[in-house]
Design a protein around this ligand. Structure first.
Ligand SMILES: [Zn+2]
Length: 1003
C-alpha cells in the first residue's frame, strides 16, 4: 500500500496522458496529404476476399519516393496468393528498407542449428533510433532497480525520458506462414505512413521485429509449398522437421532453452530491455488474441502482469470491434499455466507476454474454409463470431495480423509511460521477493553427488539470465519444521527397492541445514527471480480445477527432473552469507593432475559418462558390480575403473564434463563388467519427427556417434545386426498401425529430398516417398536384430508397438483405469533382481529418478506369453455366501474341510506366480531366463506425484515403468515414460545411456 501511494505522484507527473488515453484511443485517420501507392493498394483489394476482412489501417499503402515497398523484393504485395518468400528474401527486403529509411535498423541476433541467420528489425522515429543507446541505458536501469537503490524517485525521470520496446516475433511455427509478409508491410507502414496515428506509434514505441523465428523450418516450408505449386494436383507432404530438431515443440523450449531460437530471442528481448514479447501464430478463425486466454494462470507471475493482459487483450478486441472485423476474441481455452512458450520468456522476465492466433491456410493458397459449429458460435466473448464458411486468403490473414498489431501498438504507445512504470515495478517486486512472498533463495549444494547433472541445471539458469552466486564459507539456515506424519516415520527402504521424493525431504524434519562453501545460491532478490522460482518450485494442478483440458504439461519441476537437489530456502539469513557472483556457472573447475595407470570415476547416473566413454575409444573401462572401498573412500556399485589411458588424457576429457576421476592406489579387487561403446542407430518414422527430435538433440548434446535411420531403412536392411548393436525408437505419437503401415499408398508418391525446387529438404534424412512404413519386412528385420543379440529401446507408443508386434514377450500395456496424468512428473522405485542386485541399467541410481509421464502409461508383466489377465481375475475371486466372516473359509458341511491352496498374490509390478497346474504342458510358458524383468516401477500411491496433475493415481501406483523383455539372444527395453523429453528429463537420461553402455554381445 505505501508503495503505490508513493507512486501516484509519478503517474500524475508522467502518465497523465496515459490515463486519459486509457479511456480513449484516437480513431484512425489517413493523412490526406500523403499519396497512396495505387497499384499496391489495388492488389490489396484484389486479394482480400471480403471487404470486412480489411480495415482502414490496411486497405491502402502509403506511397514513398525513396522507400521500397515489399513488392520490390516479393514481386507482388504482402499476402499475395501463391507466394511464400524464403527467409533470405524477407531479410533482403528489411535490409533494403533499412538502407532507404533512417527509421529502420536491422541487426543479426544469432544463427540456427543449421547456420541460418536470425535478425531483429527496429522501427521508430529517426531521433529515437539515433539515441537508442542512451534509451537502452535508461531501460537497463529500470530493468534492474538495484542500480537505482530501489528508489522510485530515481526511476521516475528515467520513465519520463524513455521509450519502451515492443518486440514482435513471427512464424516460429513453420506451417503458420503469414507473419513474415505481414511484418514486412507493417514495418513499411510504421516507417512511411504520415497519419497522426502511425506517427504517434513510431515516436512513442520502438517496434522490434524478428520476422522469422524458426528459420530452418521456414525454408523447408517454402520448399514444400513450391513443390505443391509445381504439382498442383498431387498430395504434398506435411512438414516434417520444422527446425533441425523439433516441430511444434519449438514453442515449448522456453524453460530449458535447448534450441538456438529460444536463446537468440531471449538474448534479444533482454539485450534490448523490451517490455513486450508478442509471438504470432495461426490456427483458429479469425483472430484469437490469447493474451487473456483462460485459467489457470501461471502461479509465479506478478499480479500486475495479469492485469496488463486484460488491458491489452480487451482493448485490442475493442479496437477491432470498432473496425467491425468479425471473429476477434481474447478469452479462449488457452491456459497460461506452463512457462514453456516462447512469448512467456517476457512474462517470466518482468515484461508482458502476448500471442495471436490468426487464421492461416498453411501456405498461400486462397481456399474455401468450412468452420465447425464451436468455431462460429456466438458467445459472450465472441459477439461478432467468425463466419461459418469463407473463402480465405493469405492477404486476409495479413490484414488481420497488421490491423491488430497496429491498433495494439497505438494503445501501447498511448500508455507507454504506464507500461514502463509497470516494467520498473515488476522488476522491483521481483527483487523484493524474499521479503514479500519468498522464498529467499534456492541452494544447489557443493556436496551434490553429481556435479555433471548439477552443471546441466546451472546451464539452464545461466541461459535464462538468472544470476548464480557461490558461497565462500559454510552457511547454516533454519528450515521450516514439517508436521511429522506417520508416512514420514515409515522407512521407505527394504531389500527390494528405494524411493525418492517428498518423503526424503521430510523424513528427518531437520531444524537447520548447513551447506558447504562452494554451494550455488540462486538469490531471489534479483530481477529475474520469478523464472528461477517457477522452474525450481513444485507445481500442483488440482484434479478439481475447472479447466479440464490442460494446454500442455502440468508439471516441470527441474530439480527432480534433473535429479539435482535444489533446496528451497525461506530463511533470509541465506542472503547474508558470504558469496560472489559466478560469471559462468557451467565452467568446469580446474583439473587436478592425475598420475598412475588405474583410475576410478564414481557413477551417479551421469549422462555425461557415455560422452566420456565414446571419447576414450582405446581405454579399457569396466564398472564394478558391488560397492567397494579404495584409498579410504567408499565407491558405490557401478563405479568405473579406467585403464589404458594416461591420467592427463583422462582428466582432459573428464573435466569439461564435470566428471571427477581419481587415481586408484591399488588395483580394485571387486568384480566388474565391461563398459562398451556399442554401435547405435536411432530409428525414426516418416509420420512425425518431433519426439525423436528431442532424442536426437539428447544424443547430439552428449556427442554420441549414431546412425540416423528410418523405418524404411530397416525395411530395406535384412542384416541390421551386422551394422548396429543398439537401435533406439523414440515415441511417435501415432500408434502401432501407422508405424507398421505408414501413410496409405493410394495417391501419389510424396518425396522428401533435395531438388532444384526443394533445396532445403533432405538434409537430415531423405526418401523418394514418405508413405511406406516399417512394413512386414521391416518388422521381420527388427525381430531378427533382437533375436541375434541386439538391444532395442522403445518408449511410450513405440514401446506399445514393440508389445503389439511380439517383440516383448510377457509384457502388456496395463489397463489405465480412470487415472489422469497430463504431462506430470512422477516418482518411481528401483526394482532389483531376486539376488538383490540392480540391473546395470540402474547403475548410479542410489534413489530412483523422478520421471516424465505423458498420460500415465504403465506395463503388466507375466510369466506367460498370454499374460496374467485370467490369473489376476482368479486371485480376486471373492468368497461365496456361507458361514463365517468375509475372511473365513467357506466350509462345506458333513465332510472334512479341504484346505484350498492359497491363491497367487503379486505386487502390481510383478508377474503372478504360477501354480503347477498352470505350468503343466503349457506352450505359452516363457522359459525362466527369458521372462521380462521389471527395472523401475512407479512409486506407491502416496508418493507418486512430484509435480503436475495426478488423479486416481491408485490405478498407476506401483506398476511397471521400465521393463527389459527378452527375445532370442537380445533385449527389448521398454519405457512407459519418456526418458529423453524436451531436454528436461536429465535425471532419467542415464536409464538410456546406462542401457547402451551395458550392452554386451551375446556369448
Ligand atoms: Zn503456432
Amino acid at each position: 500500500m505505501p508503495r503505490s501511494i508513493r507512486l501516484l505522484p509519478i503517474l500524475a507527473l508522467f502518465c497523465s496522458g496515459a490515463l486519459t488515453a486509457l479511456a480513449q484511443v484516437p480513431d484512425y485517420a489517413r493523412d490526406p496529404h500523403q499519396a497512396i501507392d495505387e497499384s499496391y493498394t489495388a492488389a490489396i483489394h484484389k486479394y482480400t476476399t471480403e471487404p470486412e476482412f480489411n480495415s482502414p489501417l490496411t486497405d491502402y499503402l502509403p506511397a514513398s519516393k525513396s522507400v521500397p515497398t515489399p513488392a520490390k523484393v516479393l514481386g507482388d504485395v504482402s499476402g499475395a496468393p501463391n507466394m511464400l518468400p524464403y527467409a533470405e528474401d524477407v531479410y533482403k527486403y528489411f535490409r533494403e528498407l533499412a538502407a532507404a529509411s533512417p527509421r529502420v535498423r536491422v541487426v543479426t541476433i544469432g544463427h540456427t542449428e543449421e547456420g541460418r541467420e536470425m535478425i531483429a528489425v527496429a522501427v521508430a522515429d529517426e531521433s529515437l533510433l539515433a539515441h537508442q543507446k542512451e534509451n537502452d541505458e535508461r531501460l537497463a536501469k529500470l530493468a534492474d532497480p538495484r542500480t537505482l537503490d530501489m528508489d522510485d524517485s530515481k526511476a521516475a525521470p528515467l520513465i519520463a525520458e524513455s521509450t519502451p520496446v515492443y518486440y514482435i516475433t513471427g512464424t516460429i511455427h513453420s506451417p503458420e506462414t503469414g507473419a513474415p509478409t505481414a511484418l514486412m508491410e507493417l514495418a513499411y507502414r510504421l516507417a512511411v505512413d504520415d497519419s497522426p496515428y502511425i506517427q504517434y506509434i513510431r515516436s512513442h514505441v520502438i517496434t522490434l521485429i524478428t520476422p522469422v523465428v524458426e528459420v530452418d523450418g521456414r525454408d523447408r516450408m517454402v520448399d514444400i509449398y513450391r513443390w505443391h505449386k509445381a504439382n498442383p494436383d498431387k498430395t504434398y507432404p506435411h512438414l516434417l522437421y520444422w527446425g533441425h530438431y523439433v516441430a511444434h515443440d519449438n514453442n515449448r523450449d522456453a524453460m530449458t532453452m535447448n534450441l538456438a531460437l529460444t536463446r537468440n530471442v531471449l538474448n534479444t528481448y533482454i539485450g534490448w530491455h523490451a517490455q513486450v514479447l508478442h509471438d504470432l501464430h495461426e490456427s483458429v478463425p479469425f483472430l484469437y488474441d490469447n493474451t487473456v486466454g483462460d485459467e489457470p494462470y501461471n502461479s509465479w507471475i506478478d499480479p500486475i502482469l495479469t492485469n496488463e493482459w486484460q488491458m491489452l487483450g480487451w482493448s485490442n478486441v475493442q479496437a477491432m470491434a470498432k473496425l467491425n472485423m468479425p471473429g476477434v476474441f481474447t478469452h479462449g481455452d488457452f491456459d497460461t499455466w506452463s512457462p514453456g512458450y516462447l512469448m512467456f520468456l517476457a512474462a517470466m522476465h518482468n515484461g508482458i507476454s502476448r500471442l495471436y492466433e490468426t487464421f492461416g491456410n498453411g501456405g498461400a493458397d486462397t481456399v474455401e474454409r468450412v468452420l465447425t459449429p464451436d468455431e462460429y458460435a456466438r458467445t459472450w466473448y465472441k459477439p461478432n463470431p467468425p463466419l461459418p464458411k469463407v473463402l480465405w486468403s493469405q492477404r486476409d490473414n495479413n490484414n488481420y495480423e497488421e490491423t491488430a498489431l497496429l491498433t495494439t501498438l497505438s494503445y501501447f504507445a498511448q500508455n507507454s509511460k504506464l507500461f514502463l512504470n509497470n516494467y520498473y515495478l515488476k522488476s522491483k517486486r521481483s527483487i523484493l521477493k524474499p521479503t514479500q512472498n519468498g522464498p529467499a533463495a534456492y541452494v544447489l549444494s557443493a556436496d551434490n553427488p553429481s556435479p555433471s547433472r548439477q552443471a546441466m541445471l546451472l546451464r539452464v539458469l545461466h541461459d535464462q539470465h538468472i544470476e548464480v552466486q557461490q558461497t565462500t564459507a559454510p552457511v547454516t539456515v533454519q528450515l521450516p519444521l514439517k508436521p511429522k506424519s506417520s508416512d514420514d516415520a515409515k522407512s521407505s527402504n527394504d531389500d527390494q527397492e528405494a524411493t525418492k521424493g517428498s518423503r526424503a525431504e521430510g523424513a528427518s524434519a531437520r531444524a537447520v541445514s548447513t551447506f558447504p562453501a562452494g554451494s550455488y545460491v540462486i538469490r531471489m532478490d534479483q530481477p529475474y527471480s520469478r523464472i528461477a522460482d517457477a522452474l525450481l518450485d513444485r507445481q500442483f494442478w488440482s484434479p478439481e480445477d475447472p479447466q479440464k483440458h490442460p494446454y500442455d504439461d502440468t508439471g516441470w519441476s527441474l530439480g527432480p527432473l534433473f535429479g539435482v537437489d535444489t533446496a528451497r530456502i525461506l530463511d533470509t539469513a541465506i542472503l547474508k552469507a558470504p558469496m560472489h557472483l559466478v560469471v559462468d556457472p557451467t565452467a568446469p573447475s580446474s583439473a587436478a593432475s592425475l598420475s598412475g595407470d588405474t583410475f576410478l570415476i564414481e557413477n551417479h547416473a551421469d549422462p555425461s559418462l557415455i560422452t566420456l566413454r565414446y571419447q576414450l575409444p582405446n581405454a579399457t573401462v569396466t564398472a564394478t558390480d558391488a560397492a567397494m572401498t579404495a584409498g579410504g573412500h567408499s565407491y558405490p556399485a557401478g563405479t568405473w575403473i579406467v585403464r589404458g589411458i594416461s591420467g592427463g588424457d583422462l582428466e582432459k576429457a573428464a573435466a569439461p564434463l564435470h566428471l571427477h576421476a581419481v587415481a586408484a592406489s591399488d588395483a580394485p579387487s571387486v568384480v566388474a563388467h565391461p563398459v562398451s561403446a556399442p554401435r547405435i542407430a536411432l530409428m525414426h518414422t516418416w509420420l512425425d519427427t518431433q519426439p525423436e527430435g528431442w532424442w536426437r538433440l539428447a544424443l547430439d548434446n552428449l556427442h554420441l556417434p549414431y546412425t540416423y535411420i528410418s523405418t524404411q531403412t530397416v525395411a530395406a536392411e535384412s542384416d541390421l545386426r551386422s551394422k548396429y548393436d543398439v537401435i533406439l525408437f523414440a515415441p511417435v505419437g501415432r500408434g502401432s498401425q501407422l508405424i507398421l503401415n505408414g501413410i496409405p499408398m493410394w495417391g501419389n508418391a510424396m518425396p522428401w529430398q533435395k531438388s532444384d525446387l526443394t533445396p532445403n529438404l533432405g538434409g537430415i534424412d531423405s526418401t523418394p516417398d514418405i508413405r511406406p512404413g516399417l512394413g512386414e519386412a521391416g518388422l521381420t528385420h527388427l525381430r531378427a536384430f533382437i533375436q541375434q543379440g541386439g538391444l532395442f529401446i522403445a518408449s511410450q507408443d513405440a514401446a506399445e508397438f514393440a508389445i503389439d508386434t511380439g517383440l516383448a514377450p510377457g509384457v502388456s500395456v496395463a489397463p489405465r483405469g480412470d487415472v489422469k496424468v497430463v504431462g506430470s512428473i512422477l516418482n518411481t522405485a528401483l526394482v532389483s533382481k531376486k539376488n538383490a542386485s540392480l540391473s546395470p541399467v540402474l547403475a548410479g541410481y542410489v534413489a530412483a529418478p523422478a520421471v516424465y509421464s505423458e498420460e500415465g502409461l504403465s506395463f503388466n508383466v507375466s510369466n506367460l506369453l498370454t499374460g496374467d489377465g485370467r490369473l489376476r481375475a482368479e486371485a480376486k475371486t471373492p468368497r461365496p455366501t456361507g458361514r463365517g466372516g468375509p475372511d473365513d473359509p467357506d466350509v462345506p458341511q458333513d465332510r472334512s474341510f479341504a484346505e484350498p491352496p492359497s491363491l497367487p498374490k503379486a505386487k502390481p509390478w510383478e508377474p503372478m506366480p504360477l501354480t503347477v497346474e498352470q505350468t503343466r504342458n503349457n506352450p505359452f510358458l516363457i522359459p525362466e531366463q527369458d521372462r521380462p524383468q521389471v527395472l523401475l516401477r512407479y512409486a506407491d500411491s502416496k508418493d507418486l506425484l512430484v509435480a503436475g496433475l495426478l488423479d486416481h493415481g491408485d490405478a498407476l501406483a506401483e506398476r511397471a515403468a521400465v521393463v527389459a523383455a527378452h527375445l532370442g539372444s537380445g533385449t527389448t527395453l521398454l519405457f512407459a515414460i519418456n526418458p529423453l523429453y524436451r531436454g528436461e528429463t536429465i535425471g532419467s537420461y542415464a536409464l538410456v545411456t546406462n542401457a547402451i553402455l551395458s550392452y554386451q554381445p551375446p556369448k
